[in-house]
Design a protein around this ligand. Structure first.
Ligand SMILES: C[S@@+](CC[C@H](N)C(=O)[O-])C[C@H]1O[C@@H](n2cnc3c(N)ncnc32)[C@H](O)[C@@H]1O
Length: 247
């Protein structure tokens, strides 16, 4: 998956803004070391300095890490796939906002998280829950199917109960798990939904001609208008899962 870091900073800054609430689940302790997994352009990695002086940001996208390094020079940022993290017993906290649903195979991912955490270390994360953006996904899928085009976008949006077992299988003990609706206004007025779709359905959209893309956006907007347009902005049907778990 390619990420356009400039576009993300300008149009999707809300992702990190919502993530600030998750910071309250991270204890303050100057001696602890924190990993921000899927750190993107580094907004929350930088904010985590309020909790500890030792913070590392990790992301598989070279574009995102380049932007993070430009915005926060001197901080420790690494380009790495989270499933291939090389450390062992290295971090007190693994923090992650809005990243885990992009990563397939949470068995492998959580084994890696468990390995990099110190004993008693904690995972603090929030990402898309079961039924997240269901209406938007269905509208997109329908528009593709109408043209006999494949819908290949895959996210992992688990329910809390299911995710509890996945954590336990990786040796992580769930402490708190919460699923909740979080209707999310999208920036850009009438263009908000298509701006958002350009990033989130990027892989399927990349294969299409510009005119096809525009027709698909129009069909999505027509079918979602009654439910997700509030008169001045699009409000996406986000559902989140917030988890703390201990090694
Ligand atoms: C929606 S962004 C969230 C960025 C940031 N946490 C925030 O709150 O703004 C999701 C990030 O997850 C990263 N990501 C996706 N798969 C990954 C993987 N396997 N390993 C590490 N990072 C990954 C993407 O590159 C992207 O920067």
């Amino acid at each position: 998956m390619d990420w356009n870091a400039e576009w993300y900073e300008n149009k999707h800054g809300f992702v990190a803004e919502y993530g600030r609430e998750l910071l309250s689940c991270v204890p303050e302790n100057p001696d602890q070391s924190i990993l921000d997994l899927g750190c993107g352009t580094g907004t929350l990695t930088h904010a985590l300095l309020e909790k500890s002086a030792s913070v590392t940001g990790l992301d598989s996208s070279p574009e995102m890490i380049a932007k993070a390094r430009q915005l926060y020079p001197g901080m420790d940022f690494r380009v790495l796939d989270a499933r291939l993290m090389p450390w062992r017993n290295r971090f007190d906290i693994v923090f992650s906002n809005a990243a885990l649903h992009w990563i397939p195979d949470h068995g492998t991912l959580l084994n890696a998280v468990s390995r990099v955490l110190k004993p008693q270390g904690k995972l603090v994360c929030e990402f898309g829950a079961h039924l997240n953006i269901l209406r938007i996904r269905e509208a997109f899928r329908t528009a593709l199917e109408r043209r006999n085009l494949p819908y290949t976008t895959r996210f992992y949006f688990p329910a809390a109960e299911e995710y509890g077992s996945v954590l336990e299988q990786a040796g992580l003990r769930p402490e708190t798990m919460k699923e909740f609706d979080r209707p999310t206004p999208l920036k850009g007025g009438p263009d908000g939904l298509r701006n958002w779709a350009c990033q989130f359905f990027r892989e399927d959209l990349n294969n299409l001609r510009e005119e096809q893309r525009i027709q698909i956006f129009k069909e999505m907007e027509d079918s979602l208008k009654d439910e997700l347009w509030d008169g001045s902005q699009w409000v996406a049907d986000y559902r989140r899962i917030r988890v703390t778990a201990a090694r």
